[in-house]
Design a protein around this ligand. Structure first.
Ligand code: NAP
Length: 260
């Protein structure tokens, strides 16, 4: 009996309705595909990269039978407020939300950072997840529960560097939202956790003007396991938390970072 239960651990994801933000590439794409691999119905949200998002949703459909694309710039408050409703209209409810879309506006020394970059970074990494969770909460309550994973960074632990202090601070605020929403959600069986990513090899670093190969290598040397992570390293942790394996885990912040 116990063995049977062990075998079926990830089966609890079958048929679950999951929205993953920023799922066109990198970590979000890996989480979307692994959710679908375990039978979840997945909403693939993207901002501008339709080509890659389309490839992800095609794979999702072939794995689980249900996948839809959702487009929107999460800097826009109307997208922040309407994305969940659009997803629920398409599949009738939501049990899983992965706040993965995120990033840094302006990788520059803090002495040169302007207000717009500060605001955009906090808007995308804190305000957007806040409004998405706020909108998802009533639906999850109605379903009898739900699970939320917020993707943050080990920079939140260290305070970032001189060039990404604002990014680290915004992700630290998202970790605080995780803890607060976990407390508020517990009585409704809504569980929330953060995954703090270490250095993960995705396209993200290449998109940051000023972030060089040399900086990447220097950063690599600080990692005890001496390698960058892969999107699947993060997706496996997300699957663990979002499946039955995570049923007694909430309000926690996990580093997946090669010991960093
Ligand atoms: N890679 C790392 O080393 C690392 C480390 C720590 C934390 N993280 C976090 O992990 C998450 C995923 O990063 P990644 O490395 O997988 O990056 P990525 O490959 O660049 O993917 C970022 C995703 O977010 C979407 N996105 C970006 N800005 C958006 C906006 N304004 N509105 C809506 N969607 C937006 C992108 O959409 P489009 O491409 O379609 O525009 C894309 O789907 C982020 O939250 C990041 O902060 C990454």
């Amino acid at each position: 009996m116990r063995e049977e239960k062990r075998k079926s651990m990830f089966n609890s994801l079958k048929g679950k309705r999951a929205l993953v933000t920023g799922a066109s590439t990198g970590i979000g794409a890996a989480i979307a595909e692994q959710l679908a691999m375990h039978g979840a119905q997945v909403g693939v949200h993207y901002r501008s990269n339709l080509k890659d998002a389309q490839a992800v949703v095609d794979r999702v459909r072939s794995l689980s039978g249900w996948g839809e694309l959702f487009q929107g710039d999460l800097l826009d408050i109307t997208v922040q407020q309407n994305l969940i409703r659009n997803f629920v209209d398409a599949c009738g409810g939501i049990e899983i939300l992965v706040n993965n879309a995120g990033g840094i506006y302006d990788y520059v020394h803090f002495s040169e950072l302007n207000e717009k970059s500060w605001d955009n970074t906090f808007n995308l990494n804190v305000k957007a997840p806040f409004f998405l969770i706020k909108e998802a909460f009533p639906h999850m309550k109605k379903n009898g529960g739900g699970k939320i994973v917020n993707i943050t960074t080990v920079s939140a632990k260290y305070g970032g560097s001189s060039h990404n202090l604002h990014y680290a601070a915004s992700k630290s605020a998202l970790d605080t939202l995780t803890i607060g929403f976990a407390r508020e959600g517990a009585k409704h069986k809504i569980l929330a956790n953060s995954i703090r990513c270490g250095l993960i090899e995705t396209g993200m670093q290449k998109k940051i003007p000023g972030y060089t190969e040399k900086l990447f290598k220097q950063r690599l040397n600080l990692i005890p396991l001496q390698r960058a992570g892969t999107p699947d390293d993060i997706a496996r942790m997300a699957i663990f938390l979002l499946s039955e394996c995570g049923d007694f885990i909430t309000g926690q912040i996990f580093s997946v970072s090669g010991g960093d």
